[in-house]
Design a protein around this ligand. Structure first.
Ligand code: BES
Ligand code: MN
Ligand code: ZN
Length: 498
């Protein structure tokens, strides 16, 4: 898809279709008025007669008969009342409009929504911020995953989208470019998480890192195999892979765009390429979805791709703990005690609480990078879905400033997180009768006790944990990866670029 930014007046932009906003009210944005005038007031007539819905997210395809019109069709997008148009409402309208384009008969579409007024914080509602999010949503909405269909759907007619903005100066271009890159990063994340687990295993995931590094000079990769991990004492990580014929990998990627002495921001991704639960076997219903238990790793990949494409001035190191959690004769048993890389002995009471076991060794490993901050991303607990549903990522950590920055990044992008407490009172649920620590707490507060486990390994740096079990994946009819929390991470990292 060819995406272009243009600040030319609409009258000079011929295309097969133009997308404009129809607010609930008399104050139309300039581009809506211009299109309306160019087609003889058709839009205002249709609105008057009640044929154009103005509810946010409603869309209508309006064929234009007028001879010589710049656009043979208009997509009119309801954007609701001015006073109620929050950033979330704006995003919803853009998503609805972009979804309409999927099956559109138009090859070239002009997209003119960013002059819509939005209420709220300037950092989110300024035109360049809207441009960024509009570009991202366009990429997101046009995503398809058909690699495994033997009959490919007919090629899409649409091949060019011109996004109109009042300026196309350097800041507008940068915002647009970042939005597109973020959308592509999300789609890369989705591709990886949607990949079936018979293909996407730890070794395959490591190959994807090597491929990314060969595509982009900015990315360096280092893969540790099981022998190297054994050497380092990463026994909790290896205990998860013990029941699988697929060997584990530690995938290290580095993006060094900053000064050599700038401390790196570190991302750690949970990369369980399939989670059966191990000997603590999961029920069969819906188990297929446990292929996205590498959603944290996939988000690391997507974020890396955005960095490589946009080249911000900062340093980022990522570590993915990749393993498959399977039950066979050599699998870890409930009751087994293993020694982590950090030296703590861990009693494994439930082999289905494997994410924390692979993460704790990765979180110990990253100390060698002398990190500015460490953020881990993991589809860690079903409990976070009970607590927050599918809208908010669970956020926990040991540093208020970092947590607040991540909350703000989530707010700015609509890729939101919500903080849960990590109070000392919860720590005792991990007391073990036989080892230093056990790998599960009780029935209560599962997301918090999982984070408590991780917190034992992150004392030496500023750390945040994002539990994305509810947000990385859509269940139901539109089953598939969401690409979250790539927007949040990109926004956070960009705010630290020089
Ligand atoms: N990968 C799962 C968590 C999960 C559940 C992700 C549902 C996405 C959707 C994780 O490894 C797991 O099994 N966690 C257990 C922990 C429990 C055994 C303490 C859980 O949440 O039930
Ligand atoms: Mn599990
Ligand atoms: Zn898991």
């Amino acid at each position: 898809m060819n995406f272009t930014l243009s600040s030319k007046p609409l009258s000079g932009l011929k295309a097969d279709c133009v997308v404009v906003a129809i607010p609930d009210g008399d104050q139309w944005p300039a581009s809506s008025r211009q299109v309306d005038e160019a087609i003889g007031g058709l839009l205002s007539q249709l609105k008057e007669s009640g044929d154009l819905a103005t509810k946010a997210g409603s869309t209508a395809l309006v064929p234009v008969q007028a001879n010589g019109a710049n656009w043979p069709r208009v997509i009119a997008v309801g954007t609701g009342k001015d006073a109620e148009r929050t950033p979330a409402v704006y995003r919803k309208a853009v998503a609805a409009a972009a979804a309409q384009l999927k099956d559109s008969a138009a090859a070239h579409v002009v997209f003119a929504l960013t002059d819509t007024p939005v209420t709220g914080d300037d950092a989110i509602t300024a035109e360049n911020a809207l441009l960024n999010v509009t570009a991202r949503i366009l990429e997101e909405q046009l995503y398809t995953f058909t690699d495994f269909k033997s009959e490919q759907p007919p090629a899409r007619k649409l091949n060019k989208v011109t996004v109109v903005a009042s300026a196309s100066d350097a800041p507008a271009k940068a915002a647009f470019k970042l939005g597109l890159a973020t959308g592509r990063g999300m789609n890369f994340t989705r591709d990886l998480a949607n990949m079936p687990p018979n293909i996407c295993n730890p070794v395959w995931l490591a190959e994807q890192a090597q491929k990314l590094a060969s595509e982009f000079d900015e990315i360096k990769v280092d893969i540790l195999d099981e022998d190297q991990m054994k050497e380092l004492g990463m026994n909790t990580l290896l205990s998860v892979a013990a029941g699988s014929t697929q060997p584990a990998r530690l995938i290290v990627m580095e993006y060094r765009g900053g000064d050599a002495n700038d401390k790196p921001h570190v991302l750690v991704g949970k990369g369980i390429t399939f989670d059966t639960g191990g000997i603590s076997l999961k029920p069969g219903q819906g188990m297929d979805e446990m292929k996205y238990d590498m959603g944290g790793a996939a988000a690391v990949f997507g974020t890396m791709k955005v960095l490589a494409e946009t080249k911000p001035k900062l340093n980022v190191v990522t570590v993915i703990a990749a393993a498959e959690n399977m039950p066979d004769g050599s699998a870890t048993r409930p009751g087994d005690i293993v020694t982590s890389m950090a030296g703590h002995t861990v009693e494994i009471l439930n082999t289905d609480a494997e994410g924390r076991l692979v993460l704790c060794d990765a979180l110990t490993y990253v100390k060698r990078f002398d990190p500015e901050t460490v953020i881990d991303l993991a589809t860690l607990t079903g409990a976070v879905i009970v607590a927050l549903g599918h809208h908010a990522t669970g956020l926990l950590g040991n540093d208020d400033a970092l947590a607040n920055e991540l909350l703000a990044a989530g707010e700015r992008t609509g890729d939101r997180a919500w903080r849960l407490p990590l109070w000392d009172e919860y720590q005792s649920s991990l007391d073990s009768n036989f080892a230093d620590i056990q790998n599960i707490g009780g029935r209560d507060a599962g997301t918090i006790t999982a984070a408590c486990f991780l917190s034992r390994f992150t004392k030496e740096y500023r750390w945040a944990h994002l539990d994305i079990a509810g947000t990385a994946w859509h269940t139901g009819k539109n089953k598939g990866a969401s690409g979250r929390p790539v927007p949040l991470l990109v926004d956070y990292l960009m705010s630290h670029a020089q």
